[in-house]
Design a protein around this ligand. Sequence first.
Ligand SMILES: Cc1cc2nc3c(=O)[nH]c(=O)nc-3n(C[C@H](O)[C@H](O)[C@H](O)COP(=O)(O)O)c2cc1C
Length: 336
Amino acid sequence: MDLSTQYMGLDLKNPIVASSSPLTWALESSLALQKAGAAAIIMPSLFEEQIEHEQAQLDRFIHQQSIGHSETNGFHPQLTDYMDYQNKYLNQLELLKRELSIPVIASLNGISEGGWVQNAQDLEQAGADALELNIYYVAANPEESSAQVEQRYLSVFEAVKQCVKIPVGVKLTHQFSAISSMVKQLEQAGAAGISLFNRFYQPDIDLETLHIEPKLELSSSSEALLRIRWIAILRHQLSLSLAITGGMHSSEDVLKGLLAGADITCMCSVLLEKGPEHIGRVLEQMSLWMMDKEYESVNQLKGSLSYINAVNPAAFERANYVEILNSYSPASGVQV
Ligand SMILES: Cc1cc2nc3c(=O)[nH]c(=O)nc-3n(C[C@H](O)[C@H](O)[C@H](O)COP(=O)(O)O)c2cc1C
């Protein structure tokens, strides 16, 4: 069974990639992911806010040094403390590159085109095989139109892209009025891949304290269908690589993602719940299904149920909407 696939110009031995999480940071867990069969890892992100915070601290530090109170200099933090965040990331990337044989994709996470994007260059120099740019933007300003929001995405992407030669992909949210157009514009701007979709973590209201609490809930397979639908619709509109992230838990999820047209499927929640070894089980079950259905390779499988190849492509759009609603039966005992 040939499970190999290609993503953003990288040749991968199979379509399962471990997406950004604490597991793809530490060497030990990254080695365990590789051992279990992960075809590549995407490191956790280097965040714009943290880079800028560090920069501000550094500026303050330099400023304080020049105020002339030499007796207080001994209390100043050492310059090296402020270089920690980015350097720690670069050192870890270099370590992972040295110790792993699978590709290592670095991740940048931010929403504006400031100086932080220059970090892309350092990530390339430290050996990243590719870059994933996660733009996690909550468009809450009523003065900002959807066209301006799209332009923000394009500007951030272009700023990062022009710093490097390695492939750059974008991890996107589904909260756009026109996903196809957004993705097409990113492709035209030079994106090598798109990863669908970012999960927004929803703040919760604590009814006891009446505080707004950040909440991180892991995903379930039910989140996969939104991604599968969009991968199927986009597959033949684009020639860039497509990744699914969100709700990829089982071999069934992975197979559906590939049939819809994904080049890779990224796993995070399920690996945090079940451990890296889960990848081995999924690969085995996938291969059994493929043998049973007489598929010889992942490349043969990819996109064979995408929008233009599906028997009933309209099912990926609005069609069947009314029938689905009308066909629903409430639980027994519930009167309608
Ligand atoms: C604990 C945790 C940390 C994460 N860290 C990052 C990150 O640093 N950068 C990023 O782009 N995504 C991050 N993600 C998102 C995941 O990479 C993934 O895209 C998302 O969880 C959807 O996949 P899943 O349904 O398999 O969990 C994180 C997710 C979790 C649960």
